[in-house]
Design a protein around this ligand. Structure first.
Ligand code: ZN
Length: 277
């Protein structure tokens, strides 16, 4: 599942490749159910003849800012990807669920093999207060994010810290890969309860969350299986992973064998020595 660094890398790539400020002259879908608060016709009317003026991010959501103060919001869920292609570049007809056609012989294509992604439309003034966006916490790259904010959201809960970090209402943008990496860097056991975490540990977790996500953005995200930030372009952060996917390998800090357990149903990697409490 794309997490903050993967979503940010896709946005950076779309903008760098020149996706902004071209007139939209057509839109097609093979899966009208993708559009959550509108039917496809409404989505089409919402964006046709407009331009994408900017793309921003809140947590793992992509916010497409359209001319005339309109917005559409995309969540990639499990396998969603966005590609800005030449109109004659071949695409997979079965997995390309949406094509937004510009007047410069280019298309923005939404590819999703699992079909769990969502598109929703808003006016610019409304999306911040929408049900899906308003409940999101700050992410670790937000300038207002700090250890006290994290403590305030987590320290009253008896749930496991791994589960608490994945809850987008506590801290946004972190998924399974980065939660494992952050806890390993912080020497904290994924099963430790939120209400047992000390102030010092909150500081460590908060610092590591920011540092690791920044480094992952710089490396265009993590490709373990199917993530591409651009056609055929894999991220590089898998080369920096210390614990996630490293079952039976030696810990980079202490050489103890990395173990894999389930925490709230999610495969979780940790070092039993460095992360013994
Ligand atoms: Zn270790």
């Amino acid at each position: 599942m794309p997490e903050l660094p993967e979503v940010q890398s896709m946005i950076d790539t779309l903008i760098d490749d020149g996706c902004l400020n071209h007139k939209i002259i057509g839109v097609e879908t093979i899966m009208p159910k993708l559009f959550k608060n509108s039917d496809f016709k409404e989505f089409e009317n919402h964006i046709i003849n407009e331009k994408i003026e900017n793309i921003s991010r809140i947590g793992k959501y992509l916010i497409f800012h359209i001319s005339h103060k309109k917005v559409f919001v995309v969540h990639l869920r499990m396998e969603g990807k966005l590609f800005y292609d030449d109109a004659d570049f071949p695409y997979n007809k079965r997995h390309t669920l949406v094509r937004i056609i510009f007047n410069n012989k280019k298309e923005l294509r939404y590819n999703d093999t699992r079909r769990f992604g969502t598109f929703t439309i808003y006016n610019e003034n409304d999306y911040i207060n929408s049900k899906e966006i308003s409940k999101l916490a700050l992410d670790p790259l937000d300038e207002n994010f700090n250890w006290k904010y994290l403590k305030n959201n987590i320290s009253k809960s008896s749930r496991h810290i791994k589960t608490l970090l994945l809850d987008q209402t506590n801290v946004a943008g972190i998924g399974n890969i980065y939660a494992d990496e952050i806890l390993h860097a912080s020497n904290i056991n994924p099963l430790k309860q939120g209400n047992k975490i000390t102030d010092k540990e909150f500081k460590t977790i908060s610092d590591n969350a920011t540092k690791i996500l920044q480094l992952a953005v710089k490396n265009k995200g993590t490709t373990i299986s199917t993530y591409f930030f651009k056609r055929e372009k894999k991220g590089e952060f898998q080369n920096f992973l210390k614990v996630h996917t490293k079952k039976d390998k030696p810990c980079t800090k202490c050489k103890t064998t990395i173990e894999k357990i389930k925490v709230n149903g999610r495969g979780t990697y940790f070092c039993p020595k460095c992360q013994n409490e």
